[in-house]
Write a protein that binds this ligand. Structure first.
Ligand code: ADP
Length: 550
């Protein structure tokens, strides 16, 4: 659709620049905080676009970033796609071989690199044919010799602050993000202009993750992970103030930003919010009074965490999403009639992954190919479709065949839906434990175990068993000074009260850390590999696995 009628990102920036020229974009750096206004942001973004043109970047070319969350990274968020080029945000936590694979697969022309990540990418690029012809720019005021990378500030210096942003089509590729590929090669998900536009607009509805011009928005979720859940776009659409936490922020850094910048909305995976809770519980006083909403997603938000923030008058919005969904799929808002119910009912609902975002449709299909009833009990695989759900994987026709059916994305998440329409994730299709033909939810057991005092992480996997085919084993990370024997006793007794006997794990094993994927999720594949096929024999936990041995 020519003439600026298409659904594109350009109007969001255009509006923020004109309506909120003085609103700030703040960024934490190791040298202190930087501050820019939307007016300055628009100038710098135009200079970036001109510099990209001068570098020979054309429409459809891919421009990559290898960066933490900061203002310069945010400049690429509009500065790259608004020219018609495509922004590929690379996850720097990926193993080198995956980095090489995706730079080659995406055919990146240029990579913007944070100084603190230079060594990492130089290691991946060294001698690699995949990096041939790829240029680098150093995200700062100094160049990086090892990468032959000029400083970003040099790269955009002397460029015009005017740019004739083109009219783009809604189908124009705007973004690219790879899923971490817990199995096989990473898969690219392309975001078109209209996908990002519709995701932003849906986020802005009351049942999304809405923001106002008075908000101060701090995305802790990395900007290399599904556009920081779209927050930089949503915050700009709202004309809100942005706060970027910079490289590897710890709880003290986040606390300082919240207090000193007056953060009202923030978002991140549960670990971030557990970290802040531990920091406060450890005796550090943090003023959370400005903080209204914390969006928690990427992994299940433990109920105890929701309650802890409730007690401090901070509302947790539990959200579920995927790279393939740009990423928001559900948000656990309370329906209006539930707001009249007691706290217990409410918190149970809010602990679920939530209500489907307006604009999407879903169905839940069981093993027999039937749609499951909405009774909160029956489960099946969640399928989803809508304007911001990808319809295919980038250059991967064979993955398309396996993961899409009749226009639906097969999410690989096993869920129930209750009478009110709240979706609850009970497992991943690949992690389901089948014991004696009966299904056990590893996720539910994990959520139960994590609630015990002294447990900081818990992962439950199925190990093979002569008689029952599979039995659950819990892998637990404990906090310092915990009496392990007593803890196992407590967990086993507690689980027996709550669940059928055969759900109780055959063993509780202590480990130092649950292995994680590059996006910080439990990698049960690695856990199974590291701890071997334990082949539990009937009725007994092998001695080597008995908790007392630990
Ligand atoms: P990756 O696949 O690269 O690890 P994604 O962000 O695409 O990263 O992962 C999406 C998956 O993360 C979902 O399919 C789901 O299994 C899990 N997930 C996301 N949000 C939640 C949540 N709120 N609760 C439980 N699991 C979640």
């Amino acid at each position: 659709m020519p003439g600026g009628h298409a659904q594109t990102l350009r109007p969001f920036m255009w509006r923020a620049e004109r309506l909120y020229p003085d609103t700030e974009i703040v960024s934490r750096t190791h040298e202190g905080r930087t501050r820019h206004t939307y007016a300055e942001y628009a100038d710098r973004t135009a200079r970036l676009a001109n510099a990209l043109d001068a570098h020979g970047i054309e429409r459809d070319d891919r421009v990559a970033t290898f960066c933490w969350n900061h203002t310069r990274h945010f400049e690429t968020y509009f500065g790259v796609p608004n020219t018609g080029a495509q922004l590929h945000t690379i996850n720097p936590l990926l193993p080198d071989e995956h980095i090489r694979y995706i730079v080659d697969d995406a055919d990146d022309e240029i990579v913007f690199v944070d100084p603190s990540l230079a060594e990492k990418i130089a290691g991946a690029a060294e001698g690699a044919a995949e990096f041939e012809g790829v240029d680098f720019v150093a995200m700062g005021s100094s160049e990086i010799d090892a990468l032959d990378a000029p400083a970003y500030e040099e790269f955009i210096a002397d460029r015009s602050t005017e740019y004739d942003w083109p009219d783009l089509d809604g189908d124009q590729p705007a973004g690219l993000c790879y899923t971490s590929g817990t199995t096989g090669k990473p898969k690219g998900v392309e975001y078109t202009q209209s996908m990002l536009w519709s995701h932003t607009m849906a986020s802005q509805t009351p049942q999304g993750i809405p923001m106002e011009d008075s908000d101060v928005v701090m995305p802790v979720v990395p900007m290399f992970h599904v556009n920081a859940w779209g927050m930089p776009f949503t915050a700009t659409a709202a004309g809100a103030k942005h706060v970027y936490p910079g490289p590897s922020p710890d709880p003290a850094d986040l606390a300082a930003l919240i207090e000193e910048e007056g953060v009202t909305v923030s978002a991140g995976v549960p670990t971030v919010w557990l970290g802040l809770r531990e920091y406060v519980e450890g005796g550090n006083e943090v003023d959370l009074s400005t903080l209204d909403t914390v969006i928690i997603g990427g992994a299940a938000a433990p109920r105890a965490l929701i309650e802890w923030y409730d007690e401090r008058d901070v509302e947790v919005l539990h959200a579920w999403g995927m790279t393939e969904l740009s990423p928001i799929g559900t948000v656990s808002h309370l329906k209006h009639d539930l707001r009249e119910t007691d706290y217990e009912t409410q918190v149970k609902k809010r602990s679920k992954q939530g209500l489907v975002a307006p604009g999407l449709e879903f169905e839940v299909i069981d093993e027999d190919g039937e749609e499951v009833p909405w009774n909160g009990d029956d489960f099946g695989e969640l399928r989803i479709r809508g304007p911001w759900v990808t319809k295919e994987y980038f250059k991967r026709p064979e993955a398309n065949e396996a993961e899409f059916v009749d226009g639906w994305l097969k999410t690989g998440d096993v869920v129930t839906v209750d009478e009110d329409g709240y979706i609850q994730l009970v497992d991943r299709t690949k992690d389901v434990i089948k014991s004696g033909g009966e299904w056990i939810s590893s996720v539910e057991l994990e959520n139960a175990i994590i609630a015990y005092d002294g447990v900081s992480e818990a992962a439950v996997v199925g190990v093979s068993h002569e008689r029952w085919q599979e039995r659950p084993v819990a892998f637990v990370v404990v906090t310092d000074g915990v009496d392990r024997e007593e803890l196992v006793e407590r967990i086993e007794t507690g689980l027996r009260e709550e669940y059928p006997e055969w759900w109780v794990p055959d063993a509780v094993e202590f480990i130092d850390e649950v292995p994680k994927t590059a996006t910080g999720k439990f990698s049960k594949k690695d856990l199974r590999e590291q701890h071997g096929d334990q082949s539990l024999v009937e009725g007994a936990v092998p001695e080597a696995d008995a908790p007392e041995e630990e």
